[in-house]
Write a protein that binds this ligand. Structure first.
Ligand code: HEM
Length: 396
């Protein structure tokens, strides 16, 4: 097994030891397989897209889908707990917060100082935990976007509450719901105050100007916090590790490599839907109310192993399935890409980046590293099964 694959497998199994192995076994049985107590698992990209685009037949709001998990925490009126015209209308109003121009401005304003600090520390030969840098940066960007004051306490609490969710659950436990709701309520307090004051200099105030009622604004702020941090904490360190493990420094991370890394990591490994009526998916009969699990990671991995020099045309058929498809396609994609580019840009000046003592995160919802310490000099100190950089690393 190659170095990148060994580490990626460790990241996946640390997060979901049972589910990851089960999913791989299921995919080996066919593109659409019914798994008792789990649902109908889809691991073929074409079929997955058909399901995601057919929102009349497969919804996020029925039994076993996202709404059951998140409505008790975020309220009933959020993008991930609505379908149809109501969803489209809310999404239209929120769209203005995520235009490429606006997110680029927010990223530049929030990330300039922390990334300059990262560069300074690396240049001084210090070891820097990339997971921490990305978590703090992504949290700062979301705070700015939704108009929350700086400070971190409640943030870790809220993300811990989210991480407690297991991949196969259809509802949160009472305790998980209470914890997540309380943590998010504390976090969103300032944003809600901005909403009430109608302060348009903050996003929360802008949400009011965009015509959202208070419950919708609170739900939007909570959702952005949930979706906008852990995904990047998952992806960016894994991107840098993938480049490293295939003999590249950050200077070798091209746009094409980022796409290929998104494909093999697929940070949100599954998407959940519920069958609104009886039907068939790829020849498999589906009952009304049954859960459909789109195994995004397996759909994407079916296109082969990580190949940094792969021609993007080979995987064009996936059409960025890792960001979803159809009306729920990731709203935050421009923000995610801007943040990825910003961090990679800061690291690019350090082609001899080494990784020492990385650690996959255990028992988390979104597979990620818990720590990814990097240094600017070649030949990091091996630890936790880490190997020193290969001597034959490539240059581009
Ligand atoms: C690499 C990073 C990211 C990945 C891989 C990712 C992936 C996804 C996927 C797969 C979905 C669709 C889920 C489904 O249909 O069930 C989604 C939806 C969403 N994402 Fe992202 N995401 C990322 C970053 C972000 C960021 C930074 C934000 C910022 C707030 C964000 C906000 C959202 C929102 C609001 C939705 C719901 C859209 C809707 O239901 O209409 N995402 N994301």
């Amino acid at each position: 097994m190659e170095e990148w694959e060994r580490w990626e497998r460790r990241v996946q199994t640390a997060a979901h030891p049972v589910a990851y192995r089960l999913m791989r076994a299921v995919a080996a049985r066919g593109p659409v397989v019914r798994v008792p107590r789990v649902g109908v698992v889809v691991s073929d990209a074409r079929v997955a897209r058909e399901v995601l685009l057919d929102t009349g037949a497969y919804t996020k709001t029925g039994p076993g889908a996202a709404a059951g998990l998140w409505t008790p925490v975020l309220g009933p009126r959020t993008l991930i707990t609505l379908e149809g015209a109501e969803h489209a209308e809310l999404r239209r109003r929120l769209g203005g917060l995520f235009t490429p121009g606006y997110v680029a401005t927010v990223c530049e304003r929030v990330l300039r100082a922390p990334l300059a600090d990262l560069e300074r520390r690396l240049a001084a030969g210090a070891e820097v935990d990339l997971v921490r840098v990305v978590r703090d940066g992504a949290a700062g960007v979301i705070r700015e976007l939704v108009g929350m004051p700086p400070g971190g306490a409640g943030f870790a609490e809220a993300s811990a509450a989210v991480s407690a969710v297991r991949l196969w659950r259809t509802t949160l436990t009472g305790r998980q719901t209470e914890r997540a709701r309380a943590a998010l309520a504390r976090l969103t307090e300032a944003a809600v105050a901005a909403y009430r004051a109608g302060d348009e200099s903050t996003a929360a105030g802008r949400l009011r100007a965009l015509g959202l009622d208070e419950a919708e604004a609170r739900g939007a702020v909570g959702l952005f916090l949930l979706t906008g941090t852990e995904t990047l904490v998952s992806f960016v360190p894994r991107l840098v590790a993938l480049a490293h493990d295939t003999g590249r420094g950050p200077d070798g991370i091209t746009d094409a490599l980022v796409e290929e890394a998104l494909r093999v990591t697929s940070p949100t490994p599954v998407m959940l839907r519920s069958a609104a009526r009886a039907g068939r998916i790829g020849g498999v009969r589906v009952a009304a109310g049954e859960r459909v699990v789109i195994a995004t990671l397996l759909c994407a991995r079916a296109y082969g192993p990580f190949a940094p020099d792969r021609d993007a045309a080979e995987t064009a058929g996936l059409r960025r399935l890792w960001f979803g498809a159809g009306p729920h396609f990731c709203l935050g994609m421009p923000l995610a890409m801007a943040e990825v580019r910003a961090v990679v840009g800061a690291l690019r000046g350090f082609p001899e980046l080494s990784i020492a003592g990385r650690r996959p995160a255990r028992g988390v919802l979104v597979p990620s590293y818990a720590r990814l310490p990097v240094r600017a000099r070649a030949g990091g100190v091996p630890g936790d099964g880490e190997r020193a950089r290969k001597p034959d690393r490539r240059r581009r």
